[in-house]
Design a binder for this molecule. Sequence first.
Ligand SMILES: NC(=O)c1ccc[n+]([C@@H]2O[C@H](COP(=O)([O-])OP(=O)(O)OC[C@H]3O[C@@H](n4cnc5c(N)ncnc54)[C@H](O)[C@@H]3O)[C@@H](O)[C@H]2O)c1
Length: 260
Amino acid sequence: MKKLENKVALITGAAQGIGAESALRMAEEGAIVIVADLSEDLGVKTVDLIKSKGGKADFIKIDVTKEEEWINGIAEIKSKYGALHILVNNAGIGRPSPITEMSYETFRLVFAINLDGMFLGMKHAIPLMTQSNGGSIINLSSTASKKAYANMSAYCASKAGLAQLTKVAALECAQNRTGIRVNSIHPGIIETPAWDSLGALNGADPSTKVDLDQMAEATVALGYKGKPKDIANAIIYLASEESSYVTGSELTVDGGQAIL
Ligand SMILES: NC(=O)c1ccc[n+]([C@@H]2O[C@H](COP(=O)([O-])OP(=O)(O)OC[C@H]3O[C@@H](n4cnc5c(N)ncnc54)[C@H](O)[C@@H]3O)[C@@H](O)[C@H]2O)c1
C-alpha cells in the first residue's frame, strides 16, 4: 500500500532542488501532486518527469508572496480536485550579506518569501484542508533557525520565525479540531541549485562559490552533505499516517550539524 494514495498535495518551490525531489517522491507514494513555483518552465518539467514515471501531477503558478495567487491557486485546486490534504511550504531563498551592507529591500524579500509566504499558504490552505477532513502541513525551516551564521541575518531570522509560526499553526489547527497536523523540517547542508548562487557563509566573500563537501566535512557531524532525497523522505513521513501523532514538532535532518 502506497503511503499517500489518493491524497492531494500542494508543494511550493517545486521546480528544482528539495521541492522537485519531494514532489516526485510524493507522486511515487500515490499522491496527486500540485507543483507550484514562480518558474513555469522548470515547474512544468517537474510535472512532466512525474507523469513520465506514471505519477499524477499538475502545475500552478504561485508566487508565494502574492496573496491573490494563493487565493486563485487554492480555488483552482478546489474546483479541479475537490480537496487538499497536504501542503508543503518549501519555497525559500537566502541572500547572504553583512547587516551593514544588506539593503532593506533584500531583507524584506527574504522575509516575504521565507515567512510571509508560508503564513499566506497556511491561511488559504487550512480552510480547504479542514473541509477535506484534515491532513498535514510541512514548513521548510533550517538549522539556521537555531544557529547563527554570519551574513545570513534575514535567512536565520525568517527561519527562526517560521519555527514558531509553525507551532502556533499546529496549536490552532489542533484546538479547532481540524484534523490538520503542522510541523517544520530543519535541513542542514543539502546539495541543491540554491547553493550555486549563495556565496560563502561565515564571513567569506559572498560572491565566492561554496565548496559544499569542504563545508560539510568541517561543520557536519557525519562529515558529508545531504541530498534532496534525505529531506523528501522526512516529508513523506510527516505527510503520511506514520506521523499521525506528531504535530508542532521540529524535525532536524542535518547529519548532526546542530550537535557539532
Ligand atoms: N539546500 C539547503 O541546504 C537547505 C538547507 C536548509 C533549508 N533549506 C530550505 O529548503 C527549501 C528548499 O531549498 P532548495 O535548496 O531546494 O532551494 P532552491 O533554490 O533549489 O529551490 C527553491 C525553489 O523555490 C522557488 N521560488 C523562489 N521564490 C519563490 C516565490 N516567491 N514563489 C514561489 N516559488 C519561489 C524557486 O523558483 C525554486 O524553484 C527552502 O525553504 C530552503 O530555505 C535548504
